[in-house]
Design a protein around this ligand. Structure first.
Ligand SMILES: NC(=O)c1ccc[n+]([C@@H]2O[C@H](COP(=O)([O-])OP(=O)(O)OC[C@H]3O[C@@H](n4cnc5c(N)ncnc54)[C@H](O)[C@@H]3O)[C@@H](O)[C@H]2O)c1
Length: 294
């Protein structure tokens, strides 16, 4: 109940989805929270719910991809709560799905603006305050930042940026006592991963969820639990890490092969005279397994 007692946190993108869960989890653990998001996001509603439940929160509305707005957000935390201990870079978007040759250029630019700029500007603006408190940054990566994201290749690229950016901060800022880590969710039960509420097609939704070893989406609270650990003093020896919260997606064998048409699955004949590979016998020759004799 008090793992973040006396800490002040900013949760960027805190008005919806995973961010709402992080803001509420942090508040429950004693943190004072600045819930930050676009003006059209329900940030004030999240703040009201936290305060009504006995927590401490304040709202910040603005486009965090702007340097001036990001700086104002950090100043809100310091002005209202007196310090800043934790920055959560959770703001992000997932605007379109398409194979790359038809991927809308505007969607690519929107991704760069909202998945990379807020992470850069918020981290840059927060560092002087985090250095004072020996604080930390936890940034939203993704399993797709490691494995790539078919049908939204630039999205995976923005998350790969966040992974490397975070490791760079960890290496650079350790001397100031500042830690930096990433959480890499797999498909989480937010608007993005449902064809009814996000840009995913039925086929992509099926492929995405079938790639999860656990066979289901994660909940936003399951992701918030890991943010909490990394942001807390319990993770005092963890920096530069990416914690995947993906139900095993990163290590699973994806179902992409099922989409390959039969003519592309035909194996090449090759030119070598292969004689001793059990899987490559010439028709009519008796099989022999060299490594296992039943
Ligand atoms: N949902 C998933 O399956 C999933 C998987 C992997 C990673 N993630 C990452 O987790 C984070 C949250 O995802 P979510 O599914 O909860 O999304 P969401 O859309 O529910 O919440 C993201 C919030 O960030 C806000 N935001 C985006 N750009 C902003 C900006 N420039 N300024 C201020 N606010 C901004 C959005 O308006 C939104 O309220 C994202 O960074 C995403 O990349 C999500």
């Amino acid at each position: 109940m008090n793992r973040l007692q006396d800490k002040v946190a900013i949760v960027a993108g805190g008005g919806a989805g995973i961010g709402e869960a992080i803001a509420k989890k942090f508040a429950k653990e004693g943190a004072a929270v600045v819930v930050a998001g676009f003006p059209q996001d329900p940030v004030q509603a999240v703040v009201d719910e936290i305060n009504a439940a006995g927590g401490q929160a304040t709202a910040f509305e603005g486009d965090l991809s702007s340097q001036a707005v990001a700086e104002a957000c950090v100043q809100t935390a310091v002005g209202v709560f007196g310090q800043l201990n934790i920055l959560v870079n959770n703001a992000g978007t997932f605007p379109a799905v398409s194979e790359l040759d038809a991927y809308p250029v505007e969607a690519f630019e929107y991704l760069i603006k909202n998945n990379i700029y807020p992470t850069f500007h918020m981290s840059r603006a927060a560092l002087p305050e985090l250095q004072k408190t020996r604080g930390n940054i936890v940034t939203a990566g993704s399993e797709s930042g490691q494995m790539g994201q078919p049908m939204n290749t630039p999205y995976g690229g923005t998350k790969g940026f966040n992974h490397a950016f975070t490791k760079g901060i960890a290496a650079e800022q350790a001397k100031h006592g500042v830690r930096a880590n990433c959480v890499g969710p797999g498909p989480i039960d937010t608007a993005w991963t449902h064809k009814e509420t996000g840009p995913m097609t039925a086929e992509m939704e099926k492929q995405t969820t079938e790639g999860v070893l656990m066979g289901r989406r994660g909940t936003t609270e399951e992701v918030a639990n890991v943010y909490l650990f990394l942001a807390s003093d319990e993770a005092s020896y963890v920096t530069g890490a990416i914690y995947f919260v993906d139900g095993g997606t990163t290590i699973s064998k994806s179902g992409a092969g099922a989409q390959v048409p039969a003519d592309l699955k035909k194996e090449p004949t090759g030119e070598l005279d292969i004689q001793h590979n059990i899987g490559r016998q010439r028709p009519g020759t008796p099989g022999k397994c060299w490594s296992y004799a039943p």
